[in-house]
Design a protein around this ligand. Structure first.
Ligand SMILES: [Zn+2]
Length: 416
């Protein structure tokens, strides 16, 4: 940690981090009373699901999906997806997230929102073939179309990811196709794995193997895979995933809210050397996209679960939301820390609010960030050197209009 420093940004990159800068910049942002952090990285979400925020809470996962989420999603239009994605983008910028990876439908419209908002994103279309060969072909075609579309945008901060939804909604052929597509095109293979105990039990019944064993058997694992949840894993499965180079998106708030039971074995994942990031999951199962909330919950969950307050300290938790997420997305050479040569994805926290006082000294700052700070402290958000928010005023999104449009869309959608 550095104190009383200045950061020079040029051409979207961090050019200098010095006590005193020799040059003057075209635009200067006063950092007194502020903490500068690398922008937070959300390694698993379904952005447009902000439209379903608070719509159906306190339900069992399968009922929640089948009775509430899926029927409403049938009515989701491309324009609705865009409105939701813009609302989600505003929420992320205002809570300090600068990079996220998404999985949903109408991702071209999510790309439109991301393009406007200025965020860094990986966008995947959620492939669900339900073990039907014709549907699998159609889903692959939609994936290719999104890949071409995003490549055609030519915006480096908007990237494509392939998104087979889960081993229980995709055939082995599709899972292997996704893996090969990811390898051929050097993109992330974004999937949900082992979210619930039921998933493990069903896999055992259907395939005679646990989920990770099954994925290894069919040849779907690779070092391009980013697996969300990974709650119900044995030590052996952690080891298999680690050996294959799979990264994990840990979503503690969603897992707790949906009562997935069990707790993702984070210490074992660390011991196995896995890349682990934090995710909020969709706002329908969180209910926010706030990574400060997710960081604190993550640390508390593991402490409570292992009866050990030292199991996940503040620094390690902050790392999960920054450099850990960057590793999980394989962009740690570009973002995730404040280093000369990296992209200028930075946030500033205002320490003058009550919840961040007193700060007892440099040694407590990281604890203050993880346990006391919240999104209200995020004062400035910068991506690629572009200032997306300063003094809590958004520059790329019209907040009032966005809230109004998204709310109208959401209410229309649920009323059918
Ligand atoms: Zn998810």
């Amino acid at each position: 940690m550095l104190r009383d420093c200045s950061i020079l940004i040029r051409d979207g990159k961090i050019e200098q981090v010095e006590k005193t800068l020799e040059v003057r910049a075209d635009r200067e942002i006063d950092g007194s009373g502020k903490i500068v952090l690398p922008g937070l990285i959300n390694t698993h979400t379904h952005l447009s699901m902000v439209l379903l925020r608070g719509y159906a809470d306190d339900m069992v996962l399968q009922d929640w999906l089948a009775k509430k989420v899926w029927p409403v999603e049938m009515r989701l239009t491309p324009e609705g997806c865009y409105q939701g994605a813009l609302l989600g983008s505003a929420e992320m910028i205002m809570s300090g997230t600068t990079t996220f990876i998404d999985m949903y439908f109408h991702e071209e419209e999510v790309a439109r929102a991301v393009k406007e908002s200025g965020l860094r994103a990986f966008l995947s279309y959620g492939i669900i073939d339900l073990f039907d060969e014709a549907k699998a072909k159609a889903e692959q075609a939609k994936t290719r179309k999104l890949f071409d579309y995003i490549r055609g945008l030519g915006i480096p901060r908007v990237q494509f990811a392939v998104g087979p939804h889960a081993p229980y909604t995709c055939s082995a052929d599709t899972l292997v196709w996704a893996k090969e597509f990811a390898e051929q095109n050097h993109v992330i293979d974004h999937i949900h794995i082992a979210e619930t105990r039921k998933e493990q039990a069903d896999c055992q019944k259907q395939h005679g193997a646990r989920v990770v064993e099954y994925l290894a058997n069919v040849g779907a694992l690779s070092n391009r895979m980013l697996a969300a949840h990974c709650v119900w894993l044995t030590k052996g499965e952690v080891s298999t995933l680690a050996k294959a180079g799979v990264a994990v998106a840990h979503c503690p708030v969603s897992n707790m809210k949906l009562a997935s039971g069990g707790v993702a074995p984070l210490p074992e994942m660390f011991d196995a050397g896995m890349a682990v990031g934090l995710g909020t999951d969709g706002a329908a199962s969180n209910n926010s996209l706030d990574m400060f909330d997710t960081m604190k919950t993550c640390a508390l969950l593991h402490k409570a679960h292992r009866w050990d307050p030292t199991i996940l300290n503040a620094q390690r938790t902050l790392d999960l939301a920054t450099i850990g997420g960057a590793r999980a997305l394989r962009i740690h050479n570009d973002v995730g820390s404040i280093e000369v040569g990296k992209k200028a994805d930075l946030i500033m926290l205002d320490t003058r609010l009550p919840n961040l006082n007193p700060i007892h000294g440099p040694e407590t700052v990281v604890s203050d960030i993880v346990y006391s700070a919240s999104s209200v402290n995020v004062d400035t958000t910068i991506v690629d050197g572009e200032v997306l928010m300063t003094n809590r005023r958004l520059s790329s999104i019209n907040l009032e209009e966005t809230v109004e449009n998204a709310t109208r869309t959401a209410l229309d959608m649920v009323s059918g």
